[in-house]
Design a protein around this ligand. Structure first.
Ligand code: FAD
Length: 448
């Protein structure tokens, strides 16, 4: 019987991936996971669809409940927050919802504390609960069901935009206020414009270049309006989607290193430098970006699950490595699909990387086939070699998952000249005879 004890802080994607693989690898290991909320292994990604009413029951967002994990031999402690880590003594201090503190020893530790909303330093934010956990989403939906027609979304990143669409689906009047000059800062400006057009076509009022100065509250502390320097927007409901930062305070206080990205520094085994038995994974940890050749913090469920698994393998004596990320992401925004991978022109510029770039417009299906609609594909490549460095796709249904072809090409360092003749599939319901990805690659190759 193993006398070791693996402790995990954070009971969602990264933490419970680590716990589950550790359980499979070592049936005798004692595994304890601390989660301050009531749920484990929930899909934050599904929250906008639950808020919209597309998913009726919040339970559907839970892929494994605390009891299911317990039945799998993982000692899950919900509503139990870890408030201190003592790395020398290998001991955690926990606090229950009732305020009781306890000490919990560990031999190995996986830190998977995720991310937390970056504070928006304006009056009134204290009244707005971030809708980033399932229980918070349940409270938001109950509030929506009690009434109120006007919704204001602050921040036009993908989460803000998904929430805006959710409010539209509920029949509400939606205003989205963004400080930057475009929506979706992860896209190049001209690709983001198509997403903005889609939002406006659904009736979302998009206000760009405007900083919110106050969330105006009534006497009971409920929102009634959102105020910028120039205007006031009525608001029965407010969602803040201005970004999250890695939740590292606890680990930093314990002496673990935080990198320039603001996330916990880890090596490619998810191990915290200088601490053989301590691992970090998911939104709280840094990743190596294979195109930028830099340590970054990109908060995505895809990375969290993989990194958690690798941390769990290595915490139980294995030797798996995380190969890095290229920032591949998709979303459905206001009836359009959006995908991105690698770097965009704006990121290349920021990093001082010279690139060539092309954008093409095509149709998602053969022009005569019902449901065909616009798709824009933008490619960014290395001058000379033609190596694909990034791609962005915006379009109607069927557009987004094409990003995975581009992600594979970026990952493998495929030149656009080769991509242009890649043996991709064709039938009228899915594409023209040349897929838009091939057309974009050919157009980019011409520039080299
Ligand atoms: C609305 C929304 C939509 C999203 N959509 C997508 C998507 O479409 N695709 C995608 O790839 N990603 C998406 N994401 C991001 C994705 O959900 C995260 O990247 C992923 O959940 C990160 O997993 P994690 O385990 O690292 O962190 P989290 O999911 O944040 O889990 C961390 C857990 O740790 C707990 N915790 C923190 N500190 C402590 C402590 N001291 N003690 C005890 N417990 C603690 C927290 O309560 C939390 O449950 C979305 C996120 C949101 C909010």
């Amino acid at each position: 019987m193993s006398s070791q004890r693996l402790a995990i802080i954070g009971g969602d994607a990264a933490g419970m991936s680590a716990a589950s693989i550790a359980r499979r690898r070592d049936p005798d290991l004692e595994i304890v996971a601390f989660e301050r909320g009531p749920y484990t292994s929930y899909s934050a990604c599904g929250i906008p669809y639950y808020v919209a009413g597309l998913v009726e029951d919040a339970d559907r967002l839970i892929s494994r409940s605390p009891d299911e994990h317990r039945n799998n031999g993982i000692d899950v402690r919900t509503r139990c927050e870890v408030v201190a880590i003592d790395l020398d003594a290998r001991r955690l201090t926990t606090r229950s919802a009732a305020g009781e503190e306890a000490h919990e020893p560990f031999d190995q530790l996986v830190i998977a504390t995720g991310a937390e909303p970056a504070p928006l330093p304006i009056p009134g934010t204290e009244a707005i609960e971030p809708a980033t956990t399932v229980d918070a989403a349940e409270r938001l939906r109950s509030a929506l069901e009690r009434g109120g027609r006007n919704a204001v979304v602050i921040g036009a990143g993908y989460i803000g935009m998904e929430m805006a669409e959710a409010f539209v689906d509920r029949g509400m009047d939606v205003t989205m206020i963004e400080m930057a000059s475009q929506v979706m800062a992860t896209l190049d400006a001209e690709m983001a414009e198509h997403v903005q057009d889609a939002a406006e076509a659904l009736g979302v009022q998009v206000v760009l270049g405007a900083g919110v100065e106050e969330i105006v509250l009534d006497e009971a502390g409920a929102p009634v309006a959102v105020r910028t320097a120039d205007a006031r927007y009525d608001a029965d409901h407010v969602v803040i989607g201005t970004g999250s930062k890695p939740a590292v305070k606890l680990a930093e206080a314990a002496g673990l290193e935080v990198g320039p990205s603001g996330a916990l520094r880890v090596d490619d085994r998810q191990r915290c430098p200088g601490h053989d038995a301590v691992f970090a994974a998911g939104d709280c940890a840094e990743s190596y970006h294979r195109v930028l050749d830099a340590r970054v913090n990109i908060q995505l469920g895809t990375h969290a699950n993989k990194q958690g698994r690798i941390a769990g393998v290595n915490a139980t004596g294995g030797d798996d490595r995380f190969p890095g990320v290229i920032g591949t992401a998709v979303s459905k925004i206001c009836r359009y699909e959006v995908g991105r991978t690698g770097i965009g022109e704006h990121e290349a510029q920021r990093a001082g990387i010279e690139v060539v770039a092309t954008t093409i417009k095509d149709r998602t299906r053969a022009g005569y086939y019902p449901g065909a609609g616009p798709i824009w594909v933008k490619l960014v490549a290395e001058p000379g070699s033609g190596r694909l460095l990034g791609g962005q796709i915006v379009g109607v249904e069927g557009a987004a998952k094409r990003i995975d072809v581009l992600a594979t090409a970026v990952w493998c360092g495929l030149p656009v000249q080769e991509l242009a003749l890649l043996d991709l599939s064709y039938a009228p319901p899915f594409s023209g005879v040349y897929d838009p990805v091939l057309i974009a690659a050919r157009a980019t190759a011409k520039l080299l």
